[in-house]
Design a protein around this ligand. Structure first.
Ligand SMILES: [Zn+2]
Length: 315
């Protein structure tokens, strides 16, 4: 009886959290609509690095982590929007060049990044980027290149994994020849470690092995220096940033926000794009109307949620 009561309370709390989260997102969307014209005018000099993972038609029932997936159709109209509305799409290597010359990139500069190295990046995203003559920046988990194993972290996404097992040709890691084909068309490649481990959870020698090993692997394939790094899970601290610099990288991307030439290039911020984003919302994101949310409010909201869920676990 007591346990049934507790279960009821738990369900109620979860539903309450879901309702609160939905209400918060409605408010955030409303504010972004109101301030969009102002941000369009004032923040054109910011460089926004868009963050994608999979470009794949995942059925809604399997799409439990919507920020990890964008359907090819949506990706196509997003790239069409960028190419037809005066956006200057560059690679992260090109942003490093601007920094080296201390030269401001043109207004409306955007970088399109895709994490992990799913084969759908080659099969779905690359033809769309090529159609609009845009260059992507791909962060690759190098131990998986050419492997016929599904990425280990998909175990955390049970419903996606069930779908992935039946559609392996899109979900498997990229092959060497696919990386080379994209490289030949001007794509930029960066490391995402060897095994997709969080740099804040391992010691210095393991981190250096992950950072140096993955860099050497990509350089061996591409026959050119690799300068960019993407922190797995966006996890970062002072040591991780230092190790990335010591390993010879020149820029690294983490969690959310926008950038200027004066930003810390070992903590470049990104704008997540997900399957729930309409074209209007994508436009607001890419034109800065969510900058305030990603940079200042969302980290605070996540912190509050963590404190609440820790408290609930203790009860
Ligand atoms: Zn990743």
């Amino acid at each position: 009886m007591i346990s049934g009561g507790r279960h009821f309370c738990k369900c109620f709390e979860l539903i309450e959290m879901r309702i609160l989260r939905s209400l918060l997102h409605i408010c955030v969307d409303f504010i972004s609509i109101v301030i969009h014209p102002l941000y369009r005018l004032l923040s054109g000099n910011k460089v926004r690095i868009l963050c994608y993972h999979r470009v794949y038609d995942l059925p809604e029932a399997n799409d439990v982590m919507s920020f990890l997936n964008v359907p090819p159709k949506a990706f196509a109209w997003q790239m069409e929007f960028l190419s037809q509305n005066g956006f200057n799409v560059i690679t992260l290597d090109e942003f490093i060049e601007y920094k080296g010359k201390n030269m401001k990139p043109p207004p409306k500069t955007v970088i399109v990044t895709l994490d992990d190295g799913y084969r759908d990046n080659y099969l779905n995203a690359f033809p769309i980027l090529a159609k609009y003559n845009l260059k992507g920046t791909f962060f690759i988990v190098t131990d998986y290149i050419d492997s016929d194993k599904i990425f280990h972290w998909l175990k955390l996404e049970e419903k996606s994994l069930a779908h992935a097992q039946d559609n392996r040709q899109y979900w498997l890691p990229l092959r060497r020849e696919e990386i080379l084909a994209m490289n030949a068309q001007g794509a930029c490649f960066g490391s995402h470690t060897k095994s997709h481990c969080s740099l804040t959870q391992i010691d210095e020698s393991s981190a250096m092995e992950e950072l140096r090993g993955s860099k050497q692997c990509l350089e061996g394939i591409l026959k050119k220096p690799v300068a960019c790094f993407g922190y797995p899970y966006g996890d970062i601290n002072k040591s991780a940033k230092n190790w990335v610099q010591v390993a010879g990288y020149r820029a690294a991307v983490t969690k959310w926000g926008s950038n200027t030439l004066k930003s810390d290039f070992f903590e470049l911020r990104r704008v997540p794009i997900g399957s729930q984003d309409s074209l209007a919302k994508f436009r607001r994101k890419v034109e800065g109307a969510y900058d305030w949310w990603f940079r200042w409010v969302l980290p605070f909201v996540i912190l509050v949620e963590q404190i609440i869920s820790r408290g609930q676990r203790r009860e």
